[in-house]
Design a protein around this ligand. Sequence first.
Ligand SMILES: Nc1nc2c(ncn2[C@@H]2O[C@H](COP(=O)(O)OP(=O)(O)OP(=O)(O)O)[C@@H](O)[C@H]2O)c(=O)[nH]1
Length: 348
Amino acid sequence: MFIEKIRYAVTLKAAFLAFFVTSLATIIRPMMIEQDILFTYIGIFNSLAMGCVFVYLKYTQPKSWYPMLFTCIGLLVLSPITFVSGGVNSQFAYLFPITPMFIALVSNAKYTWMTGLIVVILVFCLFIGVGFFPDFTYENVPQNKTASRAIWLCLSVLLSTALGVQFNRIYGAFGNKISEQAETDLLTGLKNRRSIMTFLQTVIDQSRNQKGQLSLMMIDLDHFKSINDSYGHLAGDVCLKQVAKLIQQNVRDSSDIAGRFGGEEFIVVIKNIDAQKALDIANNIRTSIEQTSVFINDEIQLTLTATIGICTISNEQLTSIEHLVDLADKALYAGKNEGRNRVVVAAI
Ligand SMILES: Nc1nc2c(ncn2[C@@H]2O[C@H](COP(=O)(O)OP(=O)(O)OP(=O)(O)O)[C@@H](O)[C@H]2O)c(=O)[nH]1
């Protein structure tokens, strides 16, 4: 998720840069060299096309294949000017080997290969085009070098594609690890608060117009401070890890999510569940915590209890994360006031 956001931001910046550079070149080039009016028209067309790509990207939901599609559109848009300025001999042809590298940076290995292939086909078309219509190219280029330039260009594109794919694999694995670490609570291995909040927001957005119910549990260990005070923080950490394991055992891996909300407070979110089933799960969690002893260094045996506030709400009533958390929190504190080690259902 995080990496996708970075990739999208880079794509957007690249699209704006393409728009900016083509516009600037359209204005500045005629000031520096004498050129045919055709170049200016093509430049204006290119700038407008790049501007449209940028605006489209900015105001639509990003998709994984967008970078490849728009880069290929960009290359197609640039191909008339590349053709009239010498085809494979044109300065614009220097952009070709960079293209798969860029796609590798913002997309995946499959799209990098596809882009490499498209660019090779484009080089081939330009080579054939210049051979068939030499009079269309405005610049004087040594025709005898065209074939070797086309071959070198193709080889550079393929090399850049292969390196890009390799880079993508390493970067992808690294990125996944970073994302995973950013979403995980270091001590317990459960999801961290930020990750739970992102998950909840996604669930709320997805279920807005759907029928069904969502359940949220706030689980807080009772008198945990006394464990820290009596046996030390390391013993407290062992207890937190054990409780995390017990909570995880009671939720489904696929659709439910369990996390550490902070300190000795845990959170569980369960999608598409009715109130009674959610209550059963909460009771299971509570009893498993109560019945499982925690051993510290195989010497000290501790028993823990937890109070759970639970809120099961229909998708229509679900307005915001804060509202949901607040309802479960109030139930939790009611449970603490009633004497702890119990499950309390939120009043909606
Ligand atoms: N060992 C350990 N302790 C933590 C961690 N995070 C928070 N705590 C401790 O959790 C304790 C929470 O104490 P309180 O908020 O008073 O809650 P409590 O003692 O459980 O009391 P009640 O919730 O009212 O039953 C504090 O002593 C914190 O230092 C952690 O990561 N590891």
